[in-house]
Structure formats: C-alpha cells, structure tokens
Design a binder for this molecule. Structure first.
Ligand code: MG
Ligand code: MG
Length: 257
C-alpha cells in the first residue's frame, strides 16, 4: 500500500475536483433523448481542456472516456448511440489523470421520472457510500468499509456485487489494497493516514450475480434487475476521512495547510 504525502493528496484533490466538475456538468445533460456517446464527448472535451487525460480511454483497451451503465448494467458500459429513455437510471463513472495523479468517481443519475423502487435503490447505494466513508478512520480496519456497505444494503433488501471491488488509487489508477463492498468488520490491514481509496459500492436490486456481454466489458445483473453505483476517492487523514474533489475536502485541506 502506497501512503501519500499532504502534497500528493492535494494533487489528488485537484484531479478529483475535475472529475466532480465533469459529473456536475453531466447532471445537467442527462435527460431522455441524449445519447451516451454525446455525454462521452462532453466529458472528454472538458477533461482535455483542463489539461488532463481521460483515465479509462485505452485502459486495457476500453474505448471511451466514461463508463455509462444503464439500468441492469452494473459497471463498464460503453458509450454509443444509445439514447436515454424516461425512467432509466444511468451510472456514470469518470476517471482522469492530472499532474501525475488519478481521480476516480461515479454517480448514478435518474433519467426523467423513475420508479419508487429505482429511487430507493439509488438512495440506498448513495447512503451506503456515505456510511463507508464514515468507516474510513485512522486505526480502523479495511474491512470496516465493506461491512458498512453490506449492512446498509442488505437491511434495505438489496444485494452487494462481489465480482467488482474498490481499490487504492494514486499515481496508478488501481493500487493495493482491493476494497470489497462486503465482509465482516475488524479484519484486514489497519487504515493509515496517507492511504487513498476509491470506494465504490455496486448494488443490485435482485441477486448479486454478474454476467458479461460479448464486448468483454459490459457487466450486467444476472437476473436482469436494476443496479446502481456510486464512488468517491477518499483519503485517510489523522482527522478521519477526506472526500477528494468535494467542497468540504477543500476546506479541510486548507485547514491542514
Ligand atoms: Mg470509477
Ligand atoms: Mg474505481
């Protein structure tokens, strides 16, 4: 596990700030009729204009800037000419490389008016990420994070995907350790100040099973149920979690000098 200096965490805060700007911009564009390819073009242009590089484009051959995952797609959907429809949900995952460091975050958006069940899935997944972030405490254990996600998700009648996990992040997009969204608390390595983790619960409305499309990327729920995904890159500090790219993190960073 690579521990980052204050200066490195500042750079990662900037990289993640750009990711949040992209996700905010997309929030204003996601609507019935827009295509995932159009969203991808906007994101790539914003990232390049900021002097950064799309992190997912060409990563192990991935062909786009964003992962766009509609309805039963869990993660890694490929942007194309597919138009969003009223009532869809779409997970958008964005990564950038900026000044040598990676930012990585995701949100799931509602397209037009969505069902109460879909809204409950989105709210539960987002809340499970908040609870996971609260578990990021120096001296705590890695598995406290996954336990927080799993406990909240299963209490709401949904299931946590096992086949994909969060990860350390820094000068590489994926660093040790892996960060599962499940498991008993109090296990694994201790969380130390300077560790930066991309925490990303993937939650299925039905069973946790995954199936892969023939494109080799698009991962769907095995049972066809809806799936949601939220992600933040989070630094462990002496004072607790610092959500990179968010406004409160900017204040904390200034306070820390
Ligand atoms: Mg991501
Ligand atoms: Mg990630």
């Amino acid at each position: 596990m690579v521990l980052k200096s204050h200066g490195e965490i500042e750079l990662m805060h900037a990289a993640n700030g750009l990711v949040q700007q992209v996700l905010d911009r997309l929030d204003g564009l996601v609507r019935p009729g827009v295509t995932t390819g159009e969203l991808d073009e906007v994101a790539e242009q914003m990232i390049r204009e900021a002097g950064a590089v799309p992190a997912f484009l060409n990563y192990r051959g991935f062909p786009a800037t964003l992962c766009t995952s509609i309805n039963d797609v869990i993660v890694h959907g490929i942007p194309d000419a597919t138009a969003l429809e009223d009532g869809d949900i779409i997970g958008i995952d964005c990564g950038v490389l900026y000044k040598g460091y990676y930012g990585d975050a995701a949100r799931t958006y509602a397209v037009g008016a969505i069902s109460a069940d879909a809204r409950h899935l989105l709210d539960t997944t987002r809340r499970s990420l908040e609870l996971a972030i609260e578990a990021v405490q120096p001296g705590g254990r890695l598995s406290d994070i996954g336990a927080a996600v799993q406990g909240h998700v299963e209490a709401n009648g949904f299931s946590v995907v096992r086949d994909f996990v969060g990860h350390g992040i820094g000068a590489a997009l994926h660093e040790d350790p892996q960060v599962p969204n499940f498991g008993a608390p109090g296990k694994g390595p201790r969380l130390k100040a300077g560790l930066v983790l991309a925490i990303e619960p993937m939650v299925n409305a039905g069973s946790p099973g995954v199936k892969l499309d023939p494109d080799g990327w698009t991962a769907r729920t095995e049972d066809g149920s809806l799936s949601a995904h939220f992600e933040f890159s989070v630094a462990v500090t002496e004072d607790g979690p610092m959500v990179l790219g968010s406004e409160p993190a900017a204040q904390m960073a200034q306070g820390a000098g």
